[in-house]
Design a protein around this ligand. Sequence first.
Ligand code: 0X9
Ligand code: CA
Ligand code: CA
Ligand code: CA
Ligand code: ZN
Length: 307
Amino acid sequence: DFPPGDEGYHTYAEVTSEVQQTARDHASIARLSSIGNSHEGRALHAVKISDNAATDENEPEVLFTCNQHAREHLTTEMCLRIIKRFTDGYGSDTNITNMVNSKEIWVIPSVNPDGSEYDIASGRYRMWRKNRQGPGTDLNRNWEYKWGCCGGSSGNTGSETYRGPSPFSAPETRAVSNFVNSRRVGGAQQIKTHIDFHTYSELVLWPYGYTYNDTAPGMTAAEAQRFQQVGRQMAATNNYTPQQSSDLYITDGSVNDWMWFNHKILSYTFEMYPRGSNPGFYPPDEAIPAQTARNDRAVDILIGAAG
Ligand code: 0X9
Ligand code: CA
Ligand code: CA
Ligand code: CA
Ligand code: ZN
């Protein structure tokens, strides 16, 4: 369990009951599914929020993913907030109602449930980042596009950025990528925009991460401009710092590069609160309400950017 005083964070069991309850309470606009299982067999939950949620309608789709990295527990709370805000607010809040009616919003609250459970299993935080397959794979180095290309990951099993033995060797990245592939309907990718939530540093990051160059194969100057424009617009609402992800450091095999190159999904990483190493990955649960609400307007912009 979470250490004493941090019970406001959700364990995997609590995330599961929360998403199940939401699907029961809001059956017409919220649908729960599993996109696959983690290495240890936990269901990877996906919640779809839209009017007529049971029907695949011809509406732009948006994706939010959280908790690729085990110890980044605040991000799971971010996805849970998105689920709660768009279900509880439906019918009373005009903006929310309009977004739910005109889009199909997918939320995956924990991409790495094995890792996050391991991080809290002893009752003291273990500072765990990777999944729980063998030595542990850094899921955000295991995506297929430019996997291991450029010094932005490690081939050493003990490394915090171990990329795994092959692209999509982790069942968790494989499941999310298969899900996104499955949203290509009649040749057209339905998901238009995406945020992958991380902590910490208060940044809005866009691809590519594998190269310092602004433009590269699959990224024209106009497309890079669009990333910058929407990224800066979002960052103006939460006071994060907007930049290309490689300006932070080079990463290869990361989710954003794959989402953009393979699917032309406008895909961002948010590095949430705090700005620095104290409190770093482990802000007290008292920080959850303000630091997740802080991204409400950015989330709305991302949804609007889907068209
Ligand atoms: O290194 C990461 O995966 C992310 N930072 S974290 O501290 N949460 O581990 C940053 C990923 C940014 N994406 C790219 N640079 N492509
Ligand atoms: Ca507390
Ligand atoms: Ca709908
Ligand atoms: Ca659809
Ligand atoms: Zn992270």
